[in-house]
Design a protein around this ligand. Structure first.
Ligand code: S3P
Length: 427
C-alpha cells in the first residue's frame, strides 16, 4: 500500500475501544458470575483471539454487534481444558494473562500462537506461576506453553524483574485462585487496567505507590463494562496532527488512563498544542476528548521511568523526533526488542529508508530531527501493526509518500485504520 503526502490532517474522530481493556473485559467476564455486557469492545485480530480462547475454555460469548458483546461467565474456577491447544495467535496480552488465569484451574492446558508470538519471552510469566505452585513448561522459554493448573496455589510477594503490565496481571490473576494474598512490586508504574477492573468486579485490591496486592476471590461480578477509545489507536492521528503543518485533530471518547498517556506529555514538551476537554469516567477509567494542533517541534529525551507510560507509542515518538529541531534520545526501552517484532530495528530501518537521521541504540534510538518533511520511501511492517501505522503517518508527512509492506497487519488492533485516516486527510 502507498500512502501519499497530505496537505493537512484536520477533523474529529472516535477510535475503536481499548485493546488492553477489551481483552480484560472478555477474560474477566468469562471468570465472572452470570452475564457481563461489554460495550465499545475494540474488535481486532488480538481481541477476537481472546473471544475464541474464552469460548474454547468453556465460556459463552454472544456478539450482539461489532462492538457489543455479552460474556456468559463460568465462575472464577470454572474454565475447562479443551482437547486442542488454545491458539493465542498474535496476542501477547492474551497468552500472558490467560496463563495466570489457567494456573489456578484444574486441568492441563496448552497455549500457543503465531510465529511472532512463539518468539516472545514466556519465562517471565512461567517463573512466578511456578513459584505459586502451578506446573508451567515453556518451549525453551517460549510458547507452546503447557500448564497443569492447581487448585492449591499459594499467594506470593513478587518483585517484577521488568516493568510489564502483562506479567503483573498474570501474577495477580493467578492470585485470585491462590490461598493468601498475592503482592506484585513494580520497578516502574505500568498500566493498571487489571487492578481497576478487578476492583470493579468486587475483588479485594490494595494499591500502594510501587505495589499492588490482591486477595483470593470466590466470585467476580462485572455486570457492564464501557470500554473507552484506545489511546494507542488514537496516537497515530495525534502524531500526524503534530507533524503536518496546518493540522488540527480531535479524538473523542478516548481512554486517558495516566499510565497510558505519556505521549501527551511528550507532545507538549516538544511543542505541539494539546488540549483535553470533557474529562469524565467510564467505570473507573478516565476518559476525555483530546485535540492536537501542529506546532514547531523541538527535540526531547525519554528515559526508562517514562517508557511504560508510552511503550506502544515509542515508534511514533521516533517519527515526531525526526521532525523536531535537535537531537532526541530514547533510552531505557530495550523491551521494544521483544514486542510483535524487534521494534527498535524495525523503526530505525523504516524511518532511515524514508530519509530520517536515526541510529538504533541497544535500548532505543538517537534521532537528529529537521523541521521539514522527510523524503519518503518504503517501510516494512514486519508483521507488526504499530509499524504499519507508523509507515502510514510517515507517508502523510513526507514529500513523496511511503510504501508500506504488509499494511494489512493493522487489523490486529484497528481494522478500519486507513479509512479513518483518509477521512482526516486533505491532499
Ligand atoms: C499490555 C502491556 C504492554 C503493552 C501491550 C499491552 C497489556 O506489554 O506493550 O501492548 O495489555 O497489559 P508489556 O506488559 O509486555 O510491557
Amino acid at each position: 500500500m502507498r500512502v501519499e503526502p497530505a496537505v493537512s490532517v484536520v477533523g474529529h474522530v472516535a477510535v475503536p475501544g481499548d485493546k488492553s481493556i477489551s481483552h480484560r473485559a472478555v477474560m474477566f467476564g468469562a471468570l465472572g458470575e452470570g452475564e457481563t455486557r461489554v460495550r465499545g469492545f475494540g474488535r481486532g485480530g488480538d481481541t477476537m483471539a481472546t473471544v475464541h480462547a474464552m469460548r474454547a475454555l468453556g465460556a459463552g460469548v454472544d456478539e450482539l454487534s461489532d462492538d457489543e458483546l455479552v460474556v456468559h461467565g463460568v465462575g472464577v474456577r470454572g474454565l475447562r481444558a479443551p482437547d486442542a491447544p488454545v491458539d493465542c495467535e498474535n496476542a501477547g496480552t492474551l497468552i500472558r494473562l490467560v496463563a495466570g488465569v489457567l494456573a489456578g484451574q484444574e486441568g492441563r492446558f496448552e497455549l500457543t500462537g503465531d510465529e511472532s508470538l512463539r518468539s516472545r519471552p514466556m519465562e517471565r510469566i512461567a517463573a512466578p506461576l511456578r513459584e505459586m505452585g502451578a506446573s508451567v513448561e515453556t518451549t525453551d522459554g517460549h510458547a507452546p506453553i503447557v500448564i497443569v493448573g492447581s487448585g492449591a496455589l499459594h499467594g506470593i510477594d513478587y518483585e517484577l524483574p521488568v516493568a510489564s503490565a502483562q506479567v503483573k496481571s498474570a501474577v495477580l490473576l493467578a492470585g485470585l485462585n491462590a490461598s493468601g494474598a498475592t503482592t506484585v512490586v513494580e520497578p516502574k508504574p505500568t498500566r493498571d487496567h487489571t487492578e481497576l477492573m478487578l476492583e470493579a468486579a468486587g475483588v479485594g485490591v490494595r494499591r500502594r505507590s510501587t505495589s499492588v496486592t490482591v486477595q483470593p476471590a470466590t466470585s467476580l461480578r462485572l455486570g457492564e463494562v464501557d470500554v473507552p477509545g484506545d489511546f494507542s489507536s488514537a496516537a497515530p492521528f495525534l502524531v500526524a496532527a503534530a507533524i503536518v503543518p496546518g493540522s488540527d485533530v480531535t479524538v473523542h471518547d478516548l481512554g486517558l488512563n495516566p499510565r497510558r498517556t505519556g505521549l501527551l506529555d511528550v507532545l507538549e514538551r516538544m511543542g505541539a498544542r494539546v488540549a483535553i476537554f470533557n474529562r469524565r469516567r467510564a467505570g473507573r477509567e478516565p476518559v476525555g476528548d483530546v485535540q492536537v494542533e501542529y506546532g514547531e517541534l523541538v527535540a526531547t529525551r525519554i528515559d526508562a521511568a517514562e517508557v511504560p507510560l508510552l511503550v506502544d507509542e515509542l515508534p511514533l515518538v521516533a517519527l515526531l523526533a525526526s521532525h523536531a529541531r535537535g537531537d532526541t534520545v530514547v533510552a531505557g526501552a530495550a523491551e521494544l526488542r521483544l514486542k510483535e517484532t524487534d521494534r527498535i530495528a524495525a523503526v530505525a530501518d523504516g524511518l532511515h529508508a524514508c530519509g530520517a537521521h536515526i541510529r538504533p541504540r541497544e535500548d532505543g534510538w538517537t534521532i537528529t530531527g529537521v523541521p521539514a518533511r522527510l523524503k519518503g520511501g518504503k517501510v516494512d511492517a514486519r508483521g507488526d501493526h504499530r509499524i504499519a501505522m507508523l509507515g502510514a503517518i510517515a507517508g502523510l508527512a513526507s514529500r513523496e509518500g511511503v510504501e508500506i509492506v504488509g499494511a494489512d497487519t493493522v487489523a490486529i488492533s484497528f481494522p478500519g485504520f486507513y479509512e479513518m485516516l483518509d477521512s482526516l486527510v486533505t491532499r
